[in-house]
Design a protein around this ligand. Structure first.
Ligand SMILES: [Zn+2]
Length: 478
């Protein structure tokens, strides 16, 4: 965009003296960039103001976070961090704390800095921060802002060319935790062996997990990533698995095993594509709730949010009610009504995420209308070979109509052909607008169109839906 943070810094900051701008003035400058950006139609300004802030006041992130008297919680994961942060934010708001959050999904360092420009922090009315943070950005954010609670949910193989090996994320997280003050409580997923290995014995830990084998599988999912013991590298054994490599695991060689859960879903009911109902056991008593989000992966998001909320001192009865009232984060099981028809946006950006999405849409007993969109832009990952690890085969008997689109529409079509879907039944549309129209036209009666996009494809489709008046822009989505 033409209005870049760097040019504003040059206009406002005395050369060589940038760190000395008073905090309140630095915040005002950075906020002005966000306002201008929106007025110029350049989007929500979710990162540029943060860049300006740090340009004129490099330590501002730590300084602003220190003004939150109730502290902060940070949430990271490959999958589910946006939804979980939203669920957690609902619990904390219900407790009565005034929160700031990077709810627009701007989860890199500058996105967090932008969120901290909340005017309530300077004025003293905002008391708590809820931040979802990208896996790679997490150590740099945590080094500046030691959170009161750090929620780590899962690590799956994501965009290969961006992240490289899973090991590098896990190593950087282990080093980050070793630097964290012991006043930070870790909330860790006991079902993910890679996350469980992050317990360094120095920090208070709240463990969470699922304990309802009736929703689990006896076999490891096809796209499981992390099945070696983190301690001795031996293959792990599983009594049952839930999502990817998560489940009831143990190492037959060294004896490492799933930690006992402090907060556990003892009963999980998948209520079609509309909701999930959970009974949870916690040290503070049981919690029953029904959340308007579908699928087993969302059961994890609910338990994770509950564990973090309890660690922050939110009462169980507040949590149950707040979760039941939470709605979907943008693009994550978001239901949209357009021209008298319904569509559901289900972000599918990596093999594990796409596979749980595939399991979720199968909960709808009706013939499936699908729009699948594959982009290969920077935020999606340029390497799209991950689609060959997605179990599209599971969908084939159920598909009534399939439209594929995106920058790599032809590769996606090829994937479905290799899966065994007839080429002549695949509608290939290169433009997102045409693809949406085509898929909606094919929809019959009161059916639902399930849209499975990668990240930038989701933003593109959402933008079309905003222009057609079916949705609000993402920066208005609170
Ligand atoms: Zn082992």
């Amino acid at each position: 965009m033409a209005l870049c943070g760097r040019s504003i810094v040059c206009l406002t900051a005395p050369r060589g003296n940038v760190a000395r701008l008073p905090l309140a003035f630095a915040v005002a400058c950075a906020r002005a960039v966000g306002t201008l950006s929106r007025r110029l139609g350049k989007g929500g300004g979710t990162s540029a103001p943060g860049r300006v802030l740090l340009g004129v006041r490099p330590g501002a992130v730590g300084e602003l976070a220190a003004r939150l008297p109730d502290g902060t919680v940070m949430v990271s994961a490959t999958n589910g961090k946006t939804t979980t942060s939203r669920l957690l934010g609902s619990c904390i708001t219900a407790k009565g704390w005034s929160t700031v959050a990077n709810s627009a999904g701007a989860n890199l360092f500058f996105g967090v800095a932008t969120a901290l420009l909340d005017p309530g922090i300077i004025s003293g009315t905002t008391t708590f921060g809820v931040f979802e943070v990208d896996e790679f950005a997490l150590p740099s954010v945590v080094d500046q802002v030691a959170p009161r609670v750090l929620l780590l949910m899962n690590v799956f193989r994501d965009q290969l060319d961006r992240y490289g090996e899973l090991e590098s994320i896990l190593d950087s997280w282990a080093q980050m935790i070793s630097r964290l003050p012991t006043t930070t409580t870790l909330v860790l997923n006991a079902d993910d062996p890679a996350i469980a290995a992050l317990d360094d014995g120095r920090h208070p830990v709240v463990w969470f997990g699922l304990d309802d084998p009736s929703v689990a599988s006896a076999q490891m999912a096809h796209a499981a990533d992390s099945t070696r013991c983190r301690r001795c590298a031996h293959d792990l054994g599983y009594a049952w698995s839930t999502v990817g490599h998560m489940g009831e695991w143990a190492c037959p060689q060294c004896g490492a095993h799933r930690p006992s859960r402090d907060v556990s879903a003892t009963r999980v009911e998948l209520l079609g594509v509309g909701a999930v109902r959970l009974e949870m056991r916690t040290p503070q008593g049981s919690i029953s709730t029904q959340v308007a989000l579908p699928g087993l992966h969302n059961a994890y998001n609910v338990v994770a949010a509950t564990a973090a909320a309890l660690a922050l001192g939110v009462e169980p009865e507040i949590i149950g009610a707040a979760l039941a009232q939470a709605d979907a984060a943008f693009g994550r099981a978001e239901r949209v009504e357009i021209d008298g028809k319904s569509l559901v946006l289900l972000l599918a950006k990596n093999p594990a995420g796409a596979n749980v999405t595939i399991q979720t849409v199968q909960l709808d007993p009706a013939p499936l209308h699908l729009l699948v969109s594959l982009n290969d832009r920077t935020a999606d990952g340029r390497d799209v070979s991950w689609i060959w690890d997605v179990d599209y085969e599971m969908l084939l008997p159920r598909i009534a109509h399939l439209t594929v689109t995106g920058d790599r529409a032809y590769e996606l079509a090829l994937r479905f052909v290799y899966a065994g879907f007839p080429r002549e039944r695949i509608q290939i549309e290169l433009g997102a607008e045409a693809a949406l129209d085509s898929a909606l036209d094919a929809l019959e009666g009161d059916g639902v169109l399930y849209v499975l996009p990668t990240y930038t494809a989701m933003l593109e489709l959402r933008s079309i839906l905003v222009n057609r008046g079916a949705l609000r822009a993402y920066w208005e989505h609170v």
